[in-house]
Ligand binder design. Structure first.
Ligand SMILES: *[C@@H]1O[C@H](CO)[C@@H](O)[C@H](O)[C@H]1NC(C)=O
Ligand SMILES: *[C@@H]1O[C@H](CO)[C@@H](O)[C@H](O)[C@H]1NC(C)=O
Ligand SMILES: *[C@@H]1O[C@H](CO)[C@@H](O)[C@H](O)[C@H]1NC(C)=O
Ligand SMILES: *[C@@H]1O[C@H](CO)[C@@H](O)[C@H](O)[C@H]1NC(C)=O
Ligand SMILES: *[C@@H]1O[C@H](CO)[C@@H](O)[C@H](O)[C@H]1NC(C)=O
Ligand SMILES: *[C@@H]1O[C@H](CO)[C@@H](O)[C@H](O)[C@H]1NC(C)=O
Ligand SMILES: *[C@@H]1O[C@H](CO)[C@@H](O)[C@H](O)[C@H]1NC(C)=O
Ligand SMILES: *[C@@H]1O[C@H](CO)[C@@H](O)[C@H](O)[C@H]1NC(C)=O
Length: 524
């Protein structure tokens, strides 16, 4: 079904090659997962797994740590889990050791594509070719392992009615990663994990399942914490309503996080429901939050160096899980005729703010082409990687956007997930978009030398191309409702009315700083 990991035997090793414990890839049919070889239905008996391994500064990737895997695998096996969800990994690391160890233990892996710094920011959503390229790298890094059960294109990105416009960007990324996986001849599904906010639950679940088969989430995850302790129940927790509302869904649904801890130690009474007949017809199991004990006290295991110690929750979870035996159907006996949903209607505030018109696929060539036409650009060619410097830099960039776009039409570099209008260069990266703004300002101020400075942020350059009218190809044009001709994005047409009024950036005292750059949108 998907590319297999190059056989170790081919590489000359005999030790690992004779491992008979190859794991069967999973497949989705209708609203259920199945073992592709046996045809048995698969229910995730999972745990969310993100021990805080810092391999290099600012990167966390437990699947690249032999020590972590050696330490944790015996616990995972003992718990009886068959899947883990890992939030943060890095594509440039080698994951062979851990992925093989997990496969040999019969454990599937669900992987989030985003990281705290590489993600769509719910407060100022944008989606560029750097982020998409990063997601591609994740697919490249993990696509060869048979035990990857799925990728998640986001985790709780929209989490309140007033930031639901971010869902349009997440769904665009999901669409594009799906297309890339297909192009590579792989068959790993891409889904989305949502928070459980009753105000927007129905809109979110229908939005990720509407409009087009090529855009829909191939499975849907719910992070739910409403069942707290023995005094709660299937109905008190509201699980019954959730299940009812996913009945006859057309893709698998699962709990990507569960396990309320307001009453501790946890005894996990919800596990009997999740793997019992009330839910198995609709849900495909779930992932308990979480393996490692942190300050928030959800852990099953306290880790320290190469040592792990069980918490009180550990045995309770193990016992509850062992007591279940979810009954499924076989792949051959199952068929589904469920269909896509209708998209939720869009209101401007506090209801549902994401248009069904998604941002176009970000395109490096379009942006590089536009850059060649500019006479004033950012001095920096990339954003700082140091987190503190990045924060300061982002704030400066935010000031520049606020300042320039207060007087100049910036629709070419802006997108709007609510109206579904995306400028030709809205999918360009921050350096490119701020350069576009700097140039627009410079042009509007008749190329006065002082107007390409911005406290040393900008510099004058000689453009190598005179017009950007060919930069956005017709695909980009048709999806942009904000600029009617190639000329509109050059900046030169903008009214320069106010540029004389304030043409000294230093003396400009902050308009509201708009956090344009996706920094620290920590949606984990
Ligand atoms: C766009 O270019 C950047 C910089 O070279 C690269 O990191 C990224 O992967 C590219 N994106 C795509 C979608 O190819
Ligand atoms: C969005 O709503 C939340 C409450 O749900 C509020 O705290 C926040 O300030 C609002 N954000 C904006 C930008 O209005
Ligand atoms: C359940 O589904 C109905 C539509 O069938 C919807 O109107 C309602 O808001 C949903 N309720 C929840 C809590 O999601
Ligand atoms: C299943 O649902 C019924 C009511 O709908 C409830 O009484 C029962 O406790 C539920 N089962 C479990 C295991 O929660
Ligand atoms: C999107 O457009 C609507 C309608 O013009 C506007 O109210 C909203 O503020 C815009 N959103 C963003 C993020 O610019
Ligand atoms: C526009 O560019 C994209 C990305 O390079 C490409 O997939 C698409 O086919 C192009 N469209 C046309 C009409 O050339
Ligand atoms: C761009 O503007 C120039 C002069 O302002 C005009 O001659 C040309 O037709 C315009 N091009 C487009 C694509 O609108
Ligand atoms: C810009 O403003 C700063 C601070 O008010 C001042 O020091 C500087 O001389 C001004 N520069 C120009 C070119 O007017």
């Amino acid at each position: 079904m998907r590319f297999s990991v190059p056989s170790v035997a081919v590489l000359g090793s005999t030790l690992l090659a004779c491992s008979a414990l190859a794991i069967n890839p999973l497949v989705i049919k209708g609203a259920k997962w199945f073992d592709s070889k046996t045809g048995e239905q698969f229910f995730a008996k999972g745990v969310d797994y993100q021990p805080d391994i810092i391999e290099t500064s600012q990167t966390r990737d437990p699947l690249a740590s032999k020590d972590a895997c050696d330490r944790d695998l015996p616990f995972l096996k003992d718990l009886g889990v068959n899947a883990i969800r890992v939030y943060q990994t890095e594509p440039y690391n080698n994951h062979d050791y851990c992925m093989k160890a997990l496969a040999d233990a019969g454990i599937y892996v669900m992987l989030d594509l985003s990281t705290p710094t590489k993600t769509i920011n719910r407060d100022s959503p944008a989606y560029d070719a750097d982020l998409l390229g990063y997601y591609y790298q994740k697919v490249d890094a993990f696509g060869g392992y048979d035990n990857v059960m799925g990728f998640l294109a986001g985790n709780e990105v929209a989490n309140a009615p007033n930031n639901t416009d971010s869902a349009a960007y997440v769904k665009a990324a999901l669409r594009d990663v799906r297309a890339y996986i297909k192009k590579k001849g792989l068959s790993i599904p891409v889904g989305y994990a949502t928070n459980d906010d009753a105000d927007i639950r129905w809109q979110q679940q229908t939005y990720f399942d509407c409009n087009s088969k090529d855009e829909q989430a191939e499975f849907y995850g719910l992070n739910i914490y409403s069942w707290c302790g023995e005094d709660s129940s299937y109905t008190i927790s509201g699980y019954d309503i959730v299940v009812k509302n996913f009945t006859n869904w057309d893709v698998p649904v699962m709990l990507t996080e569960y396990g309320c801890n307001t009453i501790r130690p946890r005894t996990f009474p919800e596990i009997a429901a999740i793997y019992g007949s009330n839910m198995t017809g609709v849900f495909s199991g779930g992932f308990v939050y979480e393996y490692v004990e942190e300050d928030n006290k959800y852990g099953l295991v306290t880790v320290s160096g190469t040592k792990g110690t069980k918490t009180q929750d550990y045995d309770n979870f193990k016992k509850a899980l062992k007591a279940t035996s979810p009954k499924g159907v076989t792949m051959s006996s199952y068929s589904s005729s469920a269909k896509l949903q209708s998209c939720p209607s869009v209101g401007m505030s506090n209801s549902w703010m994401a248009s069904s018109t998604l941002p176009p696929t970000p395109n490096n060539a379009t942006c590089a082409c536009m850059m060649k036409t500019l006479s004033c650009v950012s001095k920096d060619t990339s954003a700082p990687t140091d987190l503190d410097k990045l924060t300061t830099w982002s704030s400066t960039v935010g000031d520049i956007f606020s300042y320039v776009c207060a007087s100049i039409d910036c629709s070419a570099i802006n997108g709007n997930g609510t109206t579904g209008k995306y400028g030709n260069y809205a999918g360009c990266d921050t350096i490119q978009r701020v350069s576009w703004a700097l140039n627009a300002y410079y042009q509007s101020d008749n190329k006065k030398s002082t107007s390409c400075n911005f406290d040393g942020f900008a510099k004058v350059v000689t453009p190598s191309s005179s017009s950007d009218s060919k930069c956005a190809n017709s695909t980009d044009d048709s999806s942009s409702g904000s600029s009617s001709s190639g000329n509109s994005s050059s900046g030169s047409k903008s009214n320069s009315k106010s540029s004389d009024a304030v043409n000294n950036f230093s003396s400009f005292t902050a308009l509201t700083t708009v956090a344009i750059v996706a920094v620290a949108a920590i949606s984990f």
